[in-house]
Design a protein around this ligand. Sequence first.
Ligand code: MG
Length: 394
Amino acid sequence: MFVSAIIAAAGRGTRLGAGEPKQLLEIGGMPMLQRAVETFVRTACVNEIVVALPADLAHDPPQYLRDRSKPLHVVAGGIRRQDSVANAFERVSSAADVVVVHDAARPFASARLIELTVDAAFESGAAVAAVPASDTVKEAALGGQARQDLIVERTLPRERIFLAQTPQAFRRDVLREALALARQSGIDVTDEAALAERAGHTVRLVAGEARNAKITTADDLRVARAMAGGDGDRAPIRIGTGYDLHRLVEGRPFVLAGVTIPSAKGPLGHSDADVLCHAIADAVLGAAAAGDIGRHFPDTDERWRGAAGLDLLARAVDLVRSRGALIVNVDAVVIAERPRLAPHIPAICSNLARTLGVDAAAVSVKGKTNEGLGEIGAGEAIACHAIALVMKTR
Ligand code: MG
């Protein structure tokens, strides 16, 4: 199978207001267009790449579009996206079995997604990457008293709604026919799959990727830069560590992440002395360079006397969020000679996930003994080490 890739990069991207075509804006030190091109160079099944650029740029293309390990052609795009794709299609090798079209404004598509889409198109004629709608979808029209408010006409059944991305792949004859139809009928479309549908071809859906989002607004650009990382002092992925230790005494409840575990002894402290929550709170605060729980919730302050560990953790998470960071994952080790923690770990993790606002799969807690050594080994203390990863979104 011979596969040609068309990368549509001829737009002016004025909505981003950057004064420069958006596909040339850098994400993690690399222009968006270059990221998209690198993915197609890396994708094993792709034999050649055709990039449609604004006419002035096509005249003098950037260095990263020259001397590549795969044949790479640059063409001048047209006014509309479909014109650019049509121009690029003219340059596609006559040996091509499948042509895959992609937007430069989606720099995070994976090679795997490209391959799945190409394979589906080779089998079925046309295929498009798409993600299921997660929000409820309303169809609206102008109405209301002044006839200028948007009024919901109906709610569409969400199970049947998919949001199209690129890559979109076509057998070469299918795309040729679709582009010819567009030329003859003069219709405007936002993607090539719509043309293939109109030409009567079956278009298959391939499971798209959430990270393959289109970069349209300044907010999208910020998120994309955070995802890309490697941006100097704006490094978006940050790690933090936390540690806590409490003495164990008789007559105190033994609480970890809000779960009370039957035990002869419990940790001593002003609050519920929940070492796990305290260590994790310090880890997430540390990742955001936002201090520690001793500073934010001092035990000399009556407000925090007896405060539940989960409550302090929730406040620490709010603080970190207010600084524009999202928690990615948390891992912790609780060290205590007894009681046995294993049966309680699922309940502990579920409380933590809820408080941290992350998926259960992003929380890990392990119990360990101290092999009978030292104060912890003698059952006189409990300790916890925690580590947290956060992602800065601004
Ligand atoms: Mg503590």
